[in-house]
Structures are given as structure tokens and as C-alpha cells.
Design a protein around this ligand. Structure first.
Ligand SMILES: Nc1nc2c(ncn2[C@@H]2O[C@H](COP(=O)(O)OP(=O)(O)OP(=O)(O)O)[C@@H](O)[C@H]2O)c(=O)[nH]1
Ligand SMILES: [Mg+2]
Length: 271
């Protein structure tokens, strides 16, 4: 397994990306300022955790599509997309004193569409001390509700006061260690049984879809194949339920998952 991981720090302008970058590497390499639009070109630094080289990349703040036409902003956008393609993991940073904006949603979609693993960082918790519990629920609920294919537990930090450096580096290390893992058929199908026992697919047009066999076929990106009968009748609601259950039963966090449903009576037959 490669002994390095590329981690890019992505988010809106001024949410504290460069502050986090500097704290994680223990040096003030990247310029920080209260004005937004400070970082333009990507800044890279390699940090070691155990035997893993972590290539951290600090990026400029991204604006909404409709506001990203200026030259500087275009440069930031193209550099971000370039770095994103090489990334194994993204730190998606948001400002905890803010609500989730349209810009956050567009950005997050971009990351998920590239099938990247992601850690959600909610920064500036020192500004929301009194409101922390409500904010924790707010962000947790937002990611739970809107993104069925990934389990995300936002991590709350104050880059200025309590960065949780060891915790974050260990998190990166753990995600790297798990990234090439393939779950065996026995484990996966035991989970399948549990999920179906709890809640069976509903009837549609007089037929009940039946998922008979599940196989984990790829790790990066994470792909499962579900074999069975009448799977074209599975509705979106059930598919969302199914993938969430699969992720929580297998304890997979921060990784986006794709399930391909295949109508096939014999899972061992190549199609
Ligand atoms: N209160 C508070 N302020 C913070 C925290 N982290 C960063 N800041 C401040 O927020 C401002 C922006 O920080 P940066 O690290 O430059 O933000 P950035 O996301 O890199 O900004 P751009 O490069 O412009 O996109 C600075 O004034 C920081 O001091 C935090 O945890 N709490
Ligand atoms: Mg910056």
C-alpha cells in the first residue's frame, strides 16, 4: 500500500483553512488574514504520522459558481479542481458561526461527485460556545439528511484555541489504513440479512424486489454490487435506507459508497 496520502483543505473563503493547515504542520507557512481571498496558489507541506507521509494541501477559498468569474477566483477554482483530482481525502471546512450556505452545498457536491473521502471540519467553535449543542445537532442533521451515501460525523474545532492535532492526524491515518480494505462475502451478507430482516423492500407493481446477495467489489471508490430479483422496482427511499444501514453496520465513515443493483439469479455467473 502506498505510504502516503494527499489531503486537501477545501472550503469557502475565510473559514480558517490556512490556520488549520499551519496548526497541523506546526509552522506558519501559509498566510492568514481576516480578509477573505488570502490564499490563491496551493501550498503543500508533508507531515509524518507513524510511517505515513501526509501531504497536506492548503487551497484558496471557493465562491459560488455565480460569483466565481473574476480572474483570481478562476485561478483558485482551477487549482482546487486540479488538486482535488489527486486527493485521497478532503478536509471540508466550514465556519461554525455561520449557517450552511448555498456555496457550501455546491462545494460539497463537487467533492462527492469526485467520489472523494471527506472529513467535515466545523471551525471557530470559540465563537459559538453558548450555542454549541444546537450547532452540533444542526450540522449533524444537515449531513445526515442530505447525503445518504456517506456517514459523516462533523468534527468541531477551534483552530485558534483547540485544534485537536493528534486526533485529526490519527483520523487521516485510520482512513488511509482502511482505504484498501475489501469486506469478505460472509461479513457483507450477514449484514445484508440484518438489514432486510429489519425492513423489507416494499411491493411495487405487484412484485417485491428481493436482494439476495451482496458483494464488496472495489475499495477506491467503494463499490458494492447487490444481486437479486426485480431490483429495478426498488424505490429511492429504500435504497437510501439500505445504503445508510450498510455503512453503519460495517462501521464505514467518511467514505462515499456506490451500490450497483444487478438483476441476476446467480451471483457467481459473470455478467
Ligand atoms: N475566532 C476564530 N477565528 C479564526 C479561527 N480560525 C481562523 N480564524 C480567523 O479567521 C480568519 C481567516 O482565517 P484563514 O486561515 O486565513 O482563512 P482561510 O479559509 O485560509 O481564508 P482564505 O485563504 O481567504 O480562503 C483569520 O482572521 C483567522 O485568524 C478560529 O478557530 N476561531
Ligand atoms: Mg487561506
Amino acid at each position: 500500500m502506498a505510504k502516503h496520502i494527499n489531503v486537501s483543505i477545501i472550503g469557502k473563503p475565510n473559514v480558517g483553512k490556512s490556520t488549520i493547515f499551519n496548526k497541523l504542520i506546526g509552522s506558519n507557512i501559509s498566510k492568514v488574514s481576516e480578509k477573505s481571498g488570502t490564499t490563491v496558489y496551493p501550498i503543500l507541506f508533508t507531515n509524518k504520522f507513524k510511517d505515513l507521509s501526509i501531504n497536506l494541501i492548503d487551497l484558496g477559498g471557493l465562491k459560488k459558481k455565480s460569483k466565481s468569474h473574476e480572474n483570481k477566483q478562476q485561478l483558485i477554482t482551477s487549482e482546487t479542481i486540479k488538486q482535488l483530482n489527486y486527493s485521497d481525502l478532503v478536509f471540508f471546512v466550514m465556519d461554525g458561526s455561520d449557517e450552511v450556505t448555498k456555496n457550501d452545498k455546491q462545494l460539497f457536491r463537487l467533492i462527492l461527485n469526485k467520489l472523494k473521502n471527506v472529513i467535515i471540519i466545523i471551525n471557530k467553535t470559540d465563537l459559538i460556545k453558548k450555542d454549541l449543542k444546537r450547532k452540533e445537532n444542526y450540522f449533524k442533521f444537515f449531513f445526515d439528511k442530505n447525503y445518504p451515501n456517506i456517514l459523516l460525523k462533523p468534527i468541531f474545532i477551534s483552530a485558534l484555541k483547540t485544534i485537536k492535532k493528534e486526533f485529526l492526524l490519527k483520523k487521516i491515518f485510520d482512513i488511509h489504513s482502511n482505504s484498501n480494505k475489501i469486506f469478505n462475502n460472509q461479513i457483507v451478507n450477514k449484514v445484508l440479512k440484518t438489514i432486510i430482516e429489519k425492513h423489507q423492500p416494499v411491493y411495487s407493481k405487484n412484485s417485491r424486489p428481493n436482494i439476495k446477495f451482496l458483494r464488496h467489489v472495489n475499495s477506491k471508490p467503494m463499490i458494492f454490487k447487490a444481486f437479486g430479483n426485480k431490483l429495478t422496482y426498488l424505490n429511492r427511499e429504500y435504497k437510501n435506507y439500505f445504503v445508510k444501514q450498510l455503512l453503519s453496520n460495517l462501521n464505514i465513515h467518511n467514505q462515499i459508497v456506490i451500490i450497483k443493483y444487478i438483476n441476476n439469479k446467480n451471483p457467481f455467473k459473470k455478467n
